[in-house]
Design a protein around this ligand. Sequence first.
Ligand code: GLY
Ligand code: MN
Ligand code: MN
Length: 460
Amino acid sequence: MIAVRELQQRRAALVKAMSSDSSTSVAVIPAAREVVRSNDTHFPFRQDSDFWYLTGIAEPDAVLVIQSGQSGQGGKSGEPPRSTLFVLPKDPTAEIWHGRRLGVEKAKAIAGVTQCFTLEELPEQLPALLDGFEHLYLAQQDNLWIEPQVKVAMAALRSGRRQGKRAPRTVNDLNPLVHEQRLIKSPAEIALMKQACMISAQGMSRAMNFVEPEQFEYQVAAELHHEFVMHGASGPAYGTICGSGENACILHYTENSSRMTAGDLLLIDAGAEYAGYAGDISRTFPVNGRFSPSQRKLYQVVLAAHEAALAELKPGATLPAAYRAAVRVLTEGMVKLGILRGEVDSLIQDMAFRPYFMHGLGHWLGLDVHDVGEYQQDGKPRPLQPGMVLTIEPGLYIPADADVPESYRGLGIRIEDDILITETGFENLTAMVPKSIEGIEALMARGKASARGAKPVEAN
Ligand code: GLY
Ligand code: MN
Ligand code: MN
């Protein structure tokens, strides 16, 4: 878990970003709320990523207020930030029914905030916490549940002008500031992300071991989820994709309802969530454990594109440069296999690969699987920096009715790894799951052997 000291440093860094012009600012950050699943049951609770990042508190309904100086009129910049947390009150009856609550003492200690109150005190406290600050920072997004309460507090301050009250003059978007911070991972975050990636990799390897013809895709998903949770993950970080045969060509296929057939490829895209951080791995492998000749050829093209993209990654490089490297290899490969016809440079120019590779090369990874942070800076692709974590996930998806050699029709292949940018290059956090054809076939053969109870052949 993240140390109190680091949580405090994150809030201090946020205050610094809010007060860059030496004005005074206050931020209001709400936790996530429970979401009804049906009637009186709820979806499993998932904390808001920004709130989790700034507090380490996993409870619903809470509110964090961060001030750039002392509360009350005339908050001054340069003073240490004051953080105030509001949490659900202790309530023996509610806790018997719905689970334990931290209460103010424990929440204050976990988050390391200046002060902590129960949520019942929020309506009275909020105007005082906003009073006298020049700028208010609030996430600018639809249906922010705290917004009506903030508006009431602002109105109270405006109507109290004659009593010397002063509402913030501007309302600014908090998101870009927190999201910029989240883009660069600290050593403690990297340790947690390595754990999320390790567990994700174990799940993927287990799935490769398990898969046999005639099983259902959802049974493979169950194997993955079992492995995730058995290693301390809260569950999958996003909807697990287990797409066999033509289902692999549906990018976000999560029905996982088909029976798998010998001769099909299975595309799995799955990751565990650990301490809030996501893993995100894709592997594609044959249901019967052996690639057919045409599956092998198409797979090699995607793998070579994946390797070409990885070779671009280092501080100062950009994601679009890696995308271009991957696109060149994909296009060259498709020409060799007769899927595209023409000259490579003009095919790239005309984006002839697009019907078969229609998504981006990768995305930031962190507390959200598609993590936050800008991809451009000053209108240009942003240079990679040590501490960034991103995915590299080229793919080829050949529709069943495509005008290409028949043996490639209906194949969908994606190979995705999670990459940490380091001072000298990169570290592949999911390299432990095989992705070479030989590596995959060997792992699957071992799985089949152990399922039959066969003893490994001993070397003489
Ligand atoms: N699992 C979604 C993605 O790879 O982006
Ligand atoms: Mn993925
Ligand atoms: Mn991804």
